[in-house]
Write a protein that binds this ligand. Structure first.
Ligand code: BES
Ligand code: ZN
Ligand code: ZN
Length: 507
């Protein structure tokens, strides 16, 4: 998909589809207030072309509502698509991102390949163009790679109107949005691959290719390195599979980086999670190819970081393994010694994500990370707690969490903070080892997993993202296809940028 800025007045613009946004300007708090639908463009030609429709009341400008006009009067565009952004008192840049996505996904199945967007002037120039780029790129992705009947439908050109005065800021926004949107789609393409086509070794290969393309340092280690580093927790998951594990280490270090902070990004890369000897039921097990979504998010975030070049050193680590039952697999009750030296009683081999992350987080600290973030499809329990609207975020440090929360204002992703506190420590106490890998009770499962991880970060400021409920979309939304969502990529990138932008955090 190509995105270009253009300055031709809308009336003269020859395009297959002109996209225009509208909102409800009614400020009344009453529930049944009649919407006051208005276009979010001052363009006279467009206002005239759609005037009668707005007056008819058939279009309420609800969020992601669409209305198509063919051969709009007085315009050279073949079609005009109205997209609603909801009530203007509440509408934000995040509604615009979705609105743009809605327009792209409206056009895609209708064999429209080129379209033009008339941006609203309500949200600030750079933010607006960034949101447009992100929304368009993310919406263009479909997980139909293996369908021989796929139509290869894709939007090839999106022209976005800009005034000469806004062009510079628009270009900057467009660049950021393109980098981040493409990174998110890169994560989605990795997650979409099934277990037989995305083994730990293949994921390592993808990281190496990406690193070469974007000039990052990258090393991929196999089983020997795990033994050398005494990564007993990581290895215990990998040992049951014929596929060797991959420890992926990516480094971004700008020439004049400050000595601190050094940010460590750690991802769960279970390329298939059968549960191991604690085997999962057959229903939905095919979905467990997405158990490397946290790892994919980290590889993709490193890709965006390499392009956006924040002024801070970043180390990305992905612990990739396949969780399989076999004669070599670990058994419930086995005791494993993590790289940190802590002993772990493995109660359930299906709680494998925390085992690989235990060593990944500890290793990131050994490599010099002063601040940590991890992403993992870690627990079913987080879906019970938060549903499929918010992902879970946990932190042992309010400042590190603040950096993350600040990033959410830009990324627009939804995360809800859940507790990690000493009072939960009893849940992971084992009678024969330092800790056990499941909670004593079923309650608070997402926190129990976070408590387990906390054992390996100690006092290092740390943010943990449990994305199990949002990494895979079971149904499409108007602005995004079903399948891998690429959730967390944007927020991780913003977390990193938030440190680089904070003078007081730099040393
Ligand atoms: N990969 C799963 C978590 C998961 C569940 C991700 C559903 C996506 C959708 C994880 O490895 C797992 O199996 N966790 C167990 C932990 C339990 C045994 C303590 C779970 O959540 O049931
Ligand atoms: Zn599992
Ligand atoms: Zn898992």
């Amino acid at each position: 998909m190509n995105l270009e800025l253009q300055s031709t007045a809308s009336a003269n613009l020859e395009t297959e589809l002109l996209v225009v946004f509208a909102a409800d300007r009614n400020t009344s708090k009453e529930k049944d207030a009649t919407p006051e639908v208005d276009l979010l463009t001052p363009d006279e030609g467009v206002r005239q072309a759609v005037g009668w429709v707005l007056g008819s009341g058939e279009f309420k400008a609800k969020a992601n509502e669409t209305l198509l006009l063919h051969a709009p009067q007085g315009l050279k565009a073949a079609r005009l698509l109205l997209v609603g952004l909801g009530n203007l008192t509440k509408a934000s840049i995040h509604d615009l991102r979705k609105g743009v996505g809605t327009a792209i996904r409206f056009a895609k199945p209708r064999s429209i390949t080129c379209l033009a967007i008339l941006p609203p002037a309500n949200f600030g120039t750079a933010h607006t163009y960034r949101a447009i780029a992100e929304g368009a790129i993310v919406a263009d992705f479909d997980s139909d790679t293996y369908r021989t009947d796929r139509k290869d439908q894709s939007i090839s050109l999106v022209s976005i109107f800009v005034t000469e005065a806004d062009r510079k800021a628009a270009e900057a926004g467009l660049h950021e949005g393109t980098v981040v949107g493409e990174a998110q789609n890169f994560a989605r393409s990795l997650i979409n691959e099934p277990g037989n086509r995305m083994t730990p070794t293949m994921l390592g290969q993808k990281a190496l290719e990406m690193a070469r393309e974007f000039s990052l340092q990258c090393e991929v280690y196999g089983a020997e390195k795990l033994h050398e580093l005494k990564m007993g927790a990581f290895w215990s998951v990998a040992q049951g599979s014929d596929e060797p594990p991959a420890l992926i280490v990516m480094t971004y270090e700008p020439a004049d980086a400050p000595t601190g902070p050094v940010l460590g990004l750690v991802g769960k890369g279970i390329t298939f999670d059968t549960g191991g000897i604690s085997l999962k039921p057959a229903d939905n097990m095919e979905k467990m190819k997405y158990d490397m979504a946290g790892g994919a998010a980290m590889i993709a975030a490193m890709r965006a970081i390499a392009q956006l070049r924040p002024h801070v050193k970043v180390i990305g680590i992905v612990c990739a393994a396949e969780n399989m039952p076999s004669g070599k697999a670990q058994k419930p009750g086995d005791i494993q010694i993590a790289m940190s030296g802590k002993s772990i009683e493995v109660i359930n081999t299906d709680a494998e994500g925390r085992l690989v992350l235990a060593d990944g987080l500890f290793y990131a600290r050994q490599l010099g990370a002063t601040h940590l973030i991890d992403a993992a499809t870690l627990t079913g329990a987080v879906a019970i707690a938060l549903g499929q609207v918010n992902a879970g975020v946990f932190s042992n440090d309010d400042l590190a969490y603040e950096h993350f929360a600040r990033g959410l204002e830009t990324s627009g992703e939804k995360f809800w903070r859940l507790p990690v506190e000493d009072e939960y420590r009893d849940q992971i106490r084992s009678s024969i080892a330092d800790i056990q890998n499941t909670g004593l009770t079923r309650y608070g499962g997402a926190t129990n997993a976070a408590m387990f991880l906390r054992e390996f970060v100690d006092d290092t400021p740390w943010v943990h993202l449990d994305i199990a409920a949002l990494a895979w979309l079971d149904a499409e939304k108007p602005w995004i296809a079903k399948g891998p969502s690429g959730v967390a990529v944007r927020s991780i990138v913003e977390w990193v940028r938030s440190y680089a932008a904070d003078e007081s955090a730099l040393q």
